[in-house]
Design a protein around this ligand. Structure first.
Ligand code: NAD
Length: 474
């Protein structure tokens, strides 16, 4: 695939820089993606700028009508999209279809917010003067997308931009450019005017950096790792553009002495193996009360050992492949290092010996807070466990992290749950359930997990500038 999507046309890139696309479930090369050159990125931004100036004149409800047309197109093409997605990313077919359905729900909800652009009439101590606060589109935006949820995150960047009167230049992940360009075909089929959505595949350090530094882009929205978030934050300073960052997590899980252990283990395993553990909200560090430790580890072990790992097309498969060899190795390095430091490997703890990139369901008990498997996001099917005796101390340790995206508590005791809900310093607290962000919520991280957020009315607000007009009429 040697294509860029600029001004509603698929054009051939002039660059010679490219990447082989490897099916993570087989290890086979399925295609090659050519990246955009610096000149082509500039052209995409320029066309985006021209298109946005016309688009902001269109009333917001009418803009939403255009965006809504993506819903039937995604529905009609769901099977073909899911098939390509599985081949490029390695997740199960059911998970691929589920993400497309979630994206449709997101578009439906976000476009229904189109009448929500309410300004304010401000109080004034002067007579014969009205003060209006109005919200206006911020202008040209850029969306930088990761590989772990490339369809949903693409929609999280495109739909709010379109609805609010902005335009957007998308840089997909190097690992999931094919599925992104496939969706560009649907954008082309819809009535969304040319130039409002541009797609420029490329490397983070070239195309991503160029977008972050570009003087004509007014908002950059990145979903990615904390490391990339820091780079984009500093690169964006050149024109003081607004920065929206959805970054990595390191979610703590509190399992109290009052938890329903079977249910807790079920939810934790379900949340952890979602997309082979490659989700920003996955449980990453478990704190279990000493009195229920043995029962909990047994329940967790039973469930992890019942999982089926492998062929993403097989309906019986619980999780598929890890995105690439480097990520597979990074998971194994953290696991081996924790075992070397004294952790007890209850189950798993190894790469699965088969073509492609698969990791065994793994439980590490008695890890040390200093282990990388505990301190950093593992992003794989691994559950590190520590034991606690004092709840307040466990909450303090859970909060002792530079990440601040999601957190969990499992307890049948209202006081435990409410204490966690009040005291966990994270953007999300899931109590007695798996992670499942709602489209009308607000997905945002504390500390190094992000700035601003996505979804709901607060997510839409990120795409506005405000003007306060003082209107004297005497
Ligand atoms: P990544 O940070 O490696 O890459 C994300 C995107 O940023 C890619 O498109 C990449 O090419 C680009 N990029 C890399 N360096 C850049 C630079 N210097 N300037 C501009 N762009 C650059 O992340 P990934 O491996 O693709 O995704 C996994 C990470 O994303 C995990 O940490 C995960 O937790 C996080 N994530 C967060 C959320 C959320 O909503 N908070 C959602 C999904 C994924």
């Amino acid at each position: 695939m040697n294509k860029l999507f600029i001004n509603n046309e698929f054009i051939e890139s002039k660059s010679t820089d490219s990447i082989d696309v490897i099916n993570p479930a087989t290890g086979e090369t399925i295609d090659t993606v050519t990246f955009a050159s610096e000149e082509e990125v500039n052209e995409a931004v320029e066309k985006s700028k021209q298109a946005q100036l016309e688009w902001e004149k269109v009333p917001q409800p009418k803009r939403a009508d255009h965006a809504k047309l993506l819903i039937p197109l995604l529905e009609q093409n769901k099977d073909a999209l899911a098939d390509l997605y599985v081949k490029e990313q390695g997740k199960t077919l059911a998970s691929a279809k589920g993400e497309i359905e979630k994206s449709i729900h997101f578009i439906d909800y976000m476009t229904s917010l189109s009448m929500s652009n309410k300004g304010e009439v401000l109080q004034n101590s002067r007579e014969n003067e009205t003060i209006l606060l109005t919200k206006k589109p911020i202008g040209v935006t850029a969306g930088i997308v990761p590989w772990n949820a490339p369809i949903l995150v693409l929609m999280r960047k495109v739909i709010p931009a379109i609805v609010t009167g902005c335009s957007v230049v998308i840089k997909p992940s190097e690992a999931t450019s094919l599925i992104t360009l496939k969706i560009a075909e649907l954008i082309r089929e819809s009535t969304i005017p040319a130039g409002l959505v541009q797609i420029v595949p490329g490397k983070g350090e070239t195309v991503g950096t160029q977008l972050a530094q570009h003087p004509d882009i007014q908002l950059i929205s990145l979903t990615g790792s904390m490391r990339t978030g820091k780079s984009v934050y500093s690169e964006s300073a050149s024109n003081v553009k607004k920065v929206n960052l959805e970054l990595g997590g390191n979610a703590p899980v509190l399992v109290t002495e009052n938890a329903n252990i079977e249910k807790a283990a079920d939810y934790i395993v379900t949340a952890r193996i979602n997309n082979a553990g490659q989700v920003c909200t996955c449980p990453e560090r478990i704190f279990v009360h000493q009195s229920v430790h043995d029962e909990f580890i047994k329940a967790l072990k039973d469930k992890m050992e019942q999982l089926t790992v492998g062929d993403p097309y097989d309906e019986a498969t619980d999780y598929g492949a890890i995105i690439n060899e480097a990520q597979l190795q990074s998971i194994d390095d953290k696991v081996q290092s924790a075992i070397h430091n004294g952790a007890n490997c209850v189950t798993g703890g190894h790469i699965i010996d088969r073509p492609g990139y698969f990791y065994a369901p793994t439980i590490l008990d008695n890890v040390k807070p200093s282990d990388l498997a505990f301190k950093e996001e593992i992003f794989g099917p691994v559950l590190p466990v520590v034991t606690y005796t004092d709840y307040d101390e466990a909450i303090t340790q859970a909060n002792d992290t530079n990440a601040g995206l999601s957190s969990y508590v499992f307890s049948e005791n209202l006081k435990d749950v409410m204490t966690a809900s009040e005291q966990l310093k994270f953007g999300e607290v899931y109590a007695n359930c798996e992670a499942e962000e709602v489209v009308n919520g607000f997905h945002s991280g504390w500390r190094e997990s992000g700035l601003g957020g996505a979804d709901g009315i607060h997510g839409l607000e990120e795409y506005y500038n405000t003007t306060v007009s003082y209107i004297r009429y005497d």
